[in-house]
Design a protein around this ligand. Structure first.
Ligand SMILES: [Fe+2]
Length: 205
């Protein structure tokens, strides 16, 4: 992740009035829509699990494997919204016009995710477990692509003259990063195992 430089900040400030104007235009022009209206609920039925419904199998999907993968990847991108929100907020601002834009954008993207997930579940278009596992918050991405670059950019490890409280805080940060790294390793392993089981099952179905 890149941290905003003074130059970027200057440009963002310059563009703020334009951002505000364009967002107002969007808010005036956009037609309100709701995810629930795009999901064919009448096609849906219970899945296996606590409701003891029917498990998913590839034969239930009217979509080919390529389209199924494309939709999973698409929803995966939407499910990374918290990370995108965080990264964009760190590089622009959560205040002013950029902040308003960020909140509006995040809310709209969340509606895409909601509509897509509802549609895929109701029509049994993709394996719901693969969808859930793939879309989980990914601590590996957070550790590698957000946290570590941020600490590096802030030069947390090289700062001199911190004083006892500062040194303690730096130790706490280091142990948090270490724990997250270990958690990320377990997460990646568990996800790979789950996906392998599902892939084997799909292959034999
Ligand atoms: Fe989207």
């Amino acid at each position: 992740m890149k941290i905003a430089t003074a130059d970027t900040v200057r440009r963002l400030v310059e563009l703020e009035a334009t951002a505000e104007e364009l967002m107002n235009r969007h808010l005036t022009a956009a037609r309100e829509w709701f995810p629930h209206q795009y999901v064919p609920w009448s096609l849906g039925r219970d899945f296996d699990g606590p409701l003891d419904g029917e498990p998913w199998h590839p034969g239930q999907s009217a979509l080919g494997p390529a389209l199924r993968s494309a939709l999973v990847v698409n929803l995966l991108t939407e499910d990374n919204l918290p990370a995108y929100h965080w990264i964009i907020g760190a590089q622009t601002s959560r205040d002013g016009a950029w902040g308003s834009w960020l909140h509006q954008w995040t809310a709209e993207e969340d509606r895409h995710a909601s509509a897509l997930r509802g549609y895929l579940h109701a029509t049994r278009a993709v394996d719901p477990v693969v969808l859930a596992v793939a879309g989980d918050y990914d601590p590996r991405v957070h550790h590698d692509e957000v946290l570590v670059p941020l600490l590096r950019a802030l030069r947390v490890h090289d700062l001199a003259g911190l004083g006892p409280a500062g040194e303690q805080a730096r130790d706490r940060i280091a142990s948090h990063v270490e724990q997250l790294d270990a958690r990320a390793a377990r997460f990646v392993e568990r996800r790979a195992r789950t996906l392998a089981v599902r892939a084997r099952r799909a292959g034999s179905a």
